[in-house]
Every structure is written in structure tokens, then in C-alpha cells.
Design a protein around this ligand. Structure first.
Ligand code: ATP
Ligand code: MG
Length: 231
């Protein structure tokens, strides 16, 4: 069962083509990593999937309203409000029927209950990112989209965050995330989508990038893959 499908998706800003002719599908409980150099179009692609940006061309099949959770790279939380206040605010903005229950559930799932009353601005980067992700998940979306979710986290926080995301995946949530961390893509994603200058160069299992020919070093294989294609 597919949760999300993109067919021939393109986005132009003036005469700059940020994303060109991207097609893929994401099944229930699947995890897709979107990798590619700076300016490749990862954020633009995710923003279109999240519904925040209108595609110039192409078609999107998305879950029904409220079915997509979006975790942007820049946290959208209010630093002067507490963790619980932020969650309640976003639950209301998302039109969640029982905001109190949703806040309670997210405090439990993220392990943030002890921090519920703390101002978000005073939290560590890792805990702030947990709040950010809790907000993306507050409407129990079928699809979770994350833009470089772990770039500011230390290895332990990163592992904890992935434990949390993987729990959601086991419950059936589909995940697409952008990352510059190739090891993270290999470890957590069943499929990778490679973008460079807006073009989709590859979509498939990470093994297809040829790590076997580079001493199983996917990062080196990825750099070689891009170089061979002129990027
Ligand atoms: N609102 C905008 N107006 C004009 N150009 C834009 C806009 N947003 C993005 N672009 C351009 O589209 C291209 C893709 O940008 P995007 O932010 O999607 O890349 P990215 O892969 O997320 O890069 P990074 O790894 O640096 O986050 C870039 O050339 C960027 O300058
Ligand atoms: Mg980006």
C-alpha cells in the first residue's frame, strides 16, 4: 500500500530549476532517505511533499488532510513557551480533536514528560529537536517528512531520536528524510533517492550505489557515483 506518490514532480523558481522530473513512491512503514549535495533540491522536494510549496509540474498523491507531519530544518517552536504549551498550541493549530490527550501522548512517546514545564529555549539541542519532531507527529500522520533531523545532534541523541522514529515506523508510519549523513541513510533507510542539481540520479536500495566496489564505504561510493555523473 503506498502512502505517497510523486509523478514527474518539478519546481522552478523563475528560470532556476530546483527540482526536475522526480518520481517515486513511499509505501506504508517504509523509510526513504533523500541525499545529495547542497542546493540539490532536497528541501524543495520535501516542501512540495509537505504541501507548503506548489509544484510547477507533476502530480502528487498524498494522504488525506492531516496525514502528513512535517519537521523542518529550522525549528518552528516558540522558545518562550514550555514544552507542553508548544505541543498544545500546535495540536490546536493542526485541529487535533483532543489536544490534551495528544500532548500527553507525545510527552510520553518522546520521553519529555519530565521537561513538560520547561521553557523550550532552555532545552538542549537534542531535546529541542525532540519537541520539533513531537510537533510533526502530533496529529498521528501516516507520513512523516523530516529535513536533516539529526544534523545538530550528538551520536547518542541521534541514536535516541532514531529509536523513537523507528518505533513510529514499526507502527506503520512512512518516513522520508533528507540528510548529508550517508551512514545514517544506509543504517535507517530501506531506500535512498539521490538528487543533484534538481535531477533524480538514483532511487533504490543503498546497496545499488556500489559500496561493494568501494570497500563497503557508502560515503566514498556516493561521492564516486556523483563524480561519474558530473556532479
Ligand atoms: N524560494 C526560493 N527562491 C529561489 N530559489 C530557491 C528557493 N528555494 C530554493 N531555491 C533554490 O533551489 C535550489 C535547491 O535548493 P534546496 O534548498 O531545495 O536544496 P537542498 O538540497 O535542500 O540544499 P542543502 O543541502 O543546502 O539544504 C537551490 O539552487 C536554491 O538556491
Ligand atoms: Mg535543504
Amino acid at each position: 500500500m503506498t502512502s505517497l506518490e510523486a509523478h514527474g514532480l518539478s519546481k522552478r523558481f523563475g528560470d532556476r530549476v530546483a527540482v526536475h522530473d522526480v518520481s517515486f513512491s513511499l509505501g506504508r512503514g517504509e523509510v526513504l532517505a533523500i541525499i545529495g549535495p547542497n542546493g540539490a533540491g532536497k528541501t524543495t522536494l520535501l516542501s512540495m511533499l509537505a504541501g507548503g510549496l506548489e509544484p510547477s509540474e507533476g502530480e502528487l498523491k498524498l494522504p488525506p488532510a492531516g496525514g502528513i507531519g512535517w519537521v523542518p530544518q529550522q525549528t518552528a517552536v516558540y522558545s518562550k513557551l514550555s514544552v507542553a504549551e508548544n505541543l498544545r498550541l500546535f495540536a490546536r493549530l493542526e485541529g487535533v480533536a483532543d489536544a490534551g490527550a495528544a500532548v500527553d501522548r507525545m510527552l510520553e512517546q518522546t520521553g519529555l514528560r519530565a521537561r513538560a514545564g520547561d521553557e523550550v529555549g532552555r532545552l538542549s539541542g537534542g531535546n529541542r529537536q525532540r519537541v520539533n519532531i513531537a510537533i510533526g507527529l502530533i496529529s498521528e500522520p501516516a507520513v512523516l517528512l523530516l529535513d536533516e533531523p539529526t544534523s545538530a545532534l550528538d551520536p547518542r541523541q541521534r541514536a535516541r531520536l532514531w529509536e523513537f522514529i523507528n518505533d513510529r515506523v514499526l507502527a506503520g508510519t512512512s518516513v522520508a528524510f533528507a540528510t548529508h549523513d550517508i551512514a545514517e541513510a544506509e543504517r535507517y533507510a530501506g531506500a535512498v533517492l539521490v538528487l543533484a542539481d534538481g535531477e533524480m540520479l538514483f532511487a533504490g536500495s543503498p546497496a545499488g550505489l556500489g559500496a561493494a566496489e568501494h570497500e563497503n564505504d557508502l560515503e566514498r561510493a556516493f561521492v564516486a557515483f556523483l563524480a561519474e555523473r558530473g556532479h
